[in-house]
Design a binder for this molecule. Structure first.
Ligand SMILES: Nc1ncnc2c1ncn2[C@@H]1O[C@H](COP(=O)(O)OP(=O)(O)OP(=O)(O)O)[C@@H](O)[C@H]1O
Length: 285
């Protein structure tokens, strides 16, 4: 388990959110949902289709407004911040490699863009000033990026001037991950970020994911459908069903599980009811 796990990380309290169903029905997906992750915890989220995994990430990221509830990150009330303020503290990688990067811009320009997102423009004397200059990376930027990518052992270090549209899906997802973690965000949200990759690229991206999370001490929520990933990565595994946590295991407790036992739990009929509130990865009573 990562060090410093007693510091405040992510806290979701009493979250409610629902959606209309085809026709005129209503489904209350999250009802008084709470989840606490100490700082630096790497939490893996699994669950059947429609169980609310991506929605939970969207609610935490603020891209979907919650009907009610409070979300704090490192003690900051995320639910009260504006989008650009939240973006400073949260890095995110989506499932589709095309979503996290701008294909027409080069690798260096994409990195520059990500850097600016984490340190947005500010007002001084009535004028809007870019905290880090323009979009075009200068010599110092390029040296920094080459060093960063080189230190991470990524061949992208030699491809700074290539348009991102020319990279493979795996390379784009690698770049998305580096971009998402560039400003050392307090929270990293990973939404099935390896699902569209071939096994080799998946292994590269998941290894880099582990390394970056540990290096930066970032709290992370990773959604996956891969039971192998769920059983092999992270400090804690939570299973959602119908907007409720129905399993919550520490890395040590997870060792008693295997893919067939997890798969069996996906069927609601075989699932033991669990309370809506889970804290710190301790086993549900
Ligand atoms: N913005 C939205 N408006 C209305 N309904 C939504 C919205 N976002 C999600 N939903 C609905 O909420 C439910 C949960 O969706 P969600 O994408 O969170 O599931 P999931 O667990 O991530 O599933 P999957 O594994 O298939 O990606 C679904 O029924 C979905 O249709």
């Amino acid at each position: 388990m990562a060090p410093g796990l007693s510091a405040p990380g992510l806290s979701v309290e009493d979250l409610s959110w629902g959606h209309t169903l085809p026709g005129s029905g209503w489904r209350q997906l999250f009802r008084s949902f709470s989840l606490t992750c100490p700082r630096g915890q790497f939490l893996v989220l699994i669950g059947s289709n429609g169980s609310g995994k991506s929605t939970l990430l969207n609610l935490v990221a603020g891209t979907l407004p919650a009907a009610s509830g409070r979300i704090h990150l490192g003690g900051r009330p995320l639910h009260r911040l504006r989008d650009h303020q939240r973006a400073r503290w949260i890095g995110r990688v989506m499932q589709n490699p095309l979503e996290g990067t701008c294909p027409g811009l080069t690798v260096a320009e994409n990195l520059r863009l990500a850097e600016r997102r984490h340190r947005p423009a500010f007002l001084a004397g009535g004028a809007l000033l870019g905290a880090l200059g323009g979009l075009h990376p200068d010599g110092a930027d390029r040296r920094r990026y080459r060093e960063l990518l080189g230190d991470l052992g990524l061949p992208l270090a030699d491809r700074l001037d290539e348009p991102v549209g020319q990279l493979s899906g795996g390379q784009r997802q690698t770049l998305s991950l580096v971009m998402a973690t560039l400003g050392s965000p307090d929270l990293l949200l990973l939404d099935e970020h390896t699902a569209a990759l071939d096994p080799r690229a998946e292994a590269t991206v998941i290894e880099l994911t582990n390394r970056l999370i540990r290096q930066l001490g970032t709290t992370a929520l990773m959604v996956t459908h891969s039971l192998e990933q769920a059983l092999g990565h992270g400090d804690r595994l939570v299973m959602l069903h119908d907007g409720r946590p129905i399993g919550d295991w520490s890395a040590a407790e997870r060792e008693a599980l295997d893919p067939p036992s997890l798969r069996a739990m996906y069927g609601a009929a075989t699932v033991k009811e669990a309370p809506c509130t889970v804290h710190d990865g301790s086993p549900a009573p």
